[in-house]
Ligand binder design. Structure first.
Ligand SMILES: [Mg+2]
Ligand SMILES: [Zn+2]
Length: 180
């Protein structure tokens, strides 16, 4: 069983763009490609856990979301890297169903653990919103923390008040995950 780093997508792996659906707007966050290599070399799976309620809101389709993920993989391929899997919640309780996969609910992490045979007890969740950190806590990850990219700086104070750990950027996150 491999441990995993579970990552929120927008504001963590790629720069935050509200209701992103145009692949030409995809930009990797600083340090992602290089640090994915470090994580993979250390035996971690890297899995994106993303809420995409724009699908429920009919702003874009699930196929549009997949195109964004293909673009992310293309950009990473330039460094011989990739995300191991993407798990998507397309729902929103106001627009379609009150599902079990919308963060902060742990459904997507638990599904990934089952399907990819991951070692949850040694896995980490990181996102730029408190709901991401809460998702990791709800799932039972070893560690869950906020990153100060995307919405992270806006969420930081509330996260700290809630006793959550905060890291500066993707390189700092990777150092924490790898105990370096
Ligand atoms: Mg985000
Ligand atoms: Zn869902």
């Amino acid at each position: 069983m491999r441990p995993a780093l579970f990552l929120d997508r927008d504001g963590v792996v790629i720069e935050q763009v509200a209701y992103l659906h145009d692949p030409s707007q995809v930009r990797l966050e600083k340090g992602v490609a290089e640090n994915l290599k470090r994580l993979h070399d250390a035996g971690f799976a890297v899995v994106v856990i993303t809420n995409q309620s724009g699908v429920a809101r009919k702003l874009f389709s699930l196929a549009d979301v997949e195109k964004i993920h293909e673009k992310i993989q293309q950009l990473l391929a330039a460094n011989n890297e990739k995300i191991d899997a993407f798990y998507i919640c397309p729902h929103h309780p106001k627009y379609d169903v009150d599902c079990n996969c919308r963060k902060p609910k742990p459904g997507l992490i638990l599904q990934a653990v089952r399907e990819l045979d991951l070692d949850l007890k040694h896995s980490v969740m990181c996102g730029d919103k408190i709901s991401d950190v809460q998702c990791g806590i709800n799932a039972g990850c070893a560690k869950s923390l906020l990153i100060r990219t995307g919405y992270g700086r806006e969420e930081e104070n509330a996260a700290r008040q809630a006793g959550m750990d905060v890291c500066e950027d993707f390189t700092a996150l990777t150092n924490i995950v790898l105990n370096k």
